[in-house]
Design a protein. Structure first.
Length: 149
């Protein structure tokens, strides 16, 4: 009986130590660079487009699963965008990114606003994108030119 109680106490102590070690160490956020630019579609400003920068590697060589979250932005009527990381700070993880561009247009009667015309974005810029861009520490101006013809 004493042996069982001793084992149970040891198990609880070890489990508590592991739990405290796991909870006390927060993952540090990766280094971010500020990213802004303009998207053009066939030479015209690309309005209402969703821009996604998906981290692939970091400057320290970490792989895609270890580098951080996707940064996103929506272009304004002039095609300008500024990326945000996890919806809050401005920027993207420093390192190489796979870039995807999709139409963010929508609306209409169900949305309560007039419908916005969607811009056709070829698959090689979204679902089949191979467009890669490097984000460096500090300010980055990354313009994206989309040709649909």
């Amino acid at each position: 009986m004493i042996l069982v109680d001793l084992r149970l106490a040891l198990l609880l102590i070890c489990g508590s130590c592991l739990l405290m070690a796991g909870c006390s160490s927060e993952m540090a956020e990766p280094a971010l660079g500020t990213v802004m630019g303009t998207v053009t579609v066939d030479g015209q400003p690309g309005a209402n487009l969703l821009i996604q920068f998906e981290p692939q590697t970091t400057a320290t060589g970490k792989g895609a699963s270890e580098v951080g979250a996707i940064s996103t932005a929506t272009t304004d009527v002039g095609g300008a965008y500024t990326l945000t990381y996890k919806g809050q700070p401005v920027g993207a993880v420093v390192g190489q990114h796979l870039v995807r561009v999709t139409s963010a247009a929508g609306g209409g009667p169900a949305g309560g606003e007039a419908a916005v015309t969607q811009t056709f974005i070829p698959p090689q810029f979204n679902s089949q994108s191979s467009l890669k861009k490097d984000v460096k520490a500090g300010d980055n101006i990354i313009d994206i030119e989309i040709v649909t013809r």
